[in-house]
Structures are given as C-alpha cells and as structure tokens.
Write a protein of this length. Sequence first.
Length: 381
Amino acid sequence: MTEPLPTHARTGEVAEKRDRLRGALEQLDADGILLTSRANVAWALGGADHVVSRVLETGFAWVFVTRDRTCVLALNNEEARLREELAVEQLGFELHLASWWDGSLAALAGSLCAPDRLVTDGAGPGRPDRAALTELRLTLTADEVARLRTLGDDTRAALEDTIAQWPSSGWRTERDVSAAVAAALEARDVMPGGIMVAGAERRRRYRHPVVTDAPLDSELLVVAVGIRGGLNVALTRCAALGAVDLEWSARHAVACRVESAMMAASRPGNTWGDALTAGLGAYGEAGWSDEWREHTQGGPIGYGPREFVVYPGDTNDRLSGLAVGASQACAWNPTVAGAKSEDTFLVTEQGPESVTSGGGSWPVVDLGAMGAPARPAVLEL
C-alpha cells in the first residue's frame, strides 16, 4: 500500500509544472490558464489524490495560473482536505473558496482573469485549448517516471497473479474475473480505470469486450488500466486452459510483432505518427495490411488512459505530428482478429523500457532483435 506523497517530495515537481504553464502563456496569447479536468489538476498538484468522484472528468478542485499567481479554486466543503492532506498552500498555491450552496468555480475563475484572456482545458470560462495543455504534460518529471514504474509493476502483478489463479478460482463468468482483478488492484492501492474481459467468442467479435455475465470457456483475454496519483498504465494479458489454440497463437505473435515495431520506432527523432507508420508496415509484412483499420492503435499515456490517439497519414492532427521525447510514456494496443498485445513503456535514449511487463514469470514471445522488450505470450494453465 502506498502512502500519500509528502509535501516535500512534491515541491520541486509542482514548481516545474508551474514553470511549464507560465511558459505557455505567451505561446497561447493568454494571461491565465485554467485547469479543470481531474487529469490536469492531478498533474499540476504533483500527483496529489484529489479525486472525489471516479466518474466525473471535471474535478472538485481547479488550478488557475497567471504570470505571478498560482491558485487552487474549490468549494468550501473541500477546504480542510486541501489544506491538510494535499497541503496546497505549502506548495505555493493560493486557496480560493466558493460556497457550495450558491458559489461557482467558474464565477470564481472569471473574477481572477478576464475570460477573453483565459485558456481552459474544457470547463469554466475562457478559450478551450485542450491539445496545447495536454502537450504540456507529455514529458514526465523524474519523480513521475519513478511513480509510473512502481504503478506499472503493481498493476502488472495484480493482473498476472489474478489470472494465474484461474484454474482453482471457481470463476464462472466474465464478471467474476473482472471482480477479482478489481479487488487485486484496489488491494495494491491502484484504482481500476478500466477492465475488459472476453472468452474465445467475444474476443474474436469485439475489440472492446466490456464485461458481461457471459460464461467462461477455455480462453481468456483481460485488459486493465490502473491509476494512481493521476498517472495511468494499461496492459492486456491472455491465457488458456490447456494448449493454446494454434490460430490464436499465430495471430497473437503478429500483434506482438506490430507492437514491437511501434515501440522500437517510438524514439527521440521520430514523431508519434512515424511510430504508427512503422506498425502499419509490420501489419503489412505479416499479411494483415488492412487489419489496423479495425481498431485504434493507441498512443502516449500518462494522465489519461491515452493522452491522445495517434492517427495515420496526413490527418492534419497536430498531436500525431509531435516529436517523441525521452521520459514520455506510451501504450500501443494492436489487435489481430481476436488477438491483442498491449503494455505501457517509457521512451528512453537507450530504447523502450516496459513498465508493465518482465517483472514476473509470465511467458514471452521470442521476436528476435526488434529493438523492443520481449512481449508477453498467451499463458497456458
């Protein structure tokens, strides 16, 4: 179980985020930036756990930054926790409160900066520019990299250890599997951001097999997204009772090869679009040229389950054309007609470093020298 981040451990990180936001003001032609989403507020507060509702994108506390002020805006019922547990004032934030019964965070923000000079990530007054504000958080600080590694290992262990219990578990339905994975994540202080489960039929039919009460058979594909302190990791694991179906094994190997090609191409000097192009080429080399059209392929990950989806070709999508940088994280998720390979990795100058694989005894697919970590195979139980 992780303990709340102490204030001293967040001070330098919060200061770096503040500098990034202030540095963006001129580029955005703005006097202020307003962060309202759970993801952006967690980022600006250095990974502080401010989540009240797991289903709302807009948080119960907002962050407001100008050239000479940094503020947290909140309703008065959040005051004690923000002062005591999140220690926002010790981190250099002014705390501005509105009454919960007749106040408004939007009105509070509007009183601090003229709305026509304010940029927002979506909610509140001002001019929305979600893409520009997402770009600010792509490169992780050293502290964030350390937290992502720990989160990745904990999420991996929760998923792999749970699946390994399948033969003696007594599970009857997909929902039984999902409940066990969720419990394992929560026990490790990881918030389940998403769980998908499928057996043989549903994994072939659906790229997003949301959990149902369908009975289990001899095959299992499980997807998990784990969240802690705002950071996300994503991974997929597959298992079979007895020998793995040969067709599934072959298709899984193709998905692993495509993912490895994209991981290896996710390096400084390339764009995210370049990395996707490498994956599309790998699909073609394996005889599955059009398979990529059946599902999104993933993209950078961090304070969102994907910071953005990478699109192919000349889509005029500015984010797909961004340069890949060291200390950025990514999760590609290629699928091949019922097979899927997915892990979260860090971009480093030495090559991709997986944070959600390699720490246990899970079998791997040997792809030779592709410039990427070994990919998890389908586990035989």
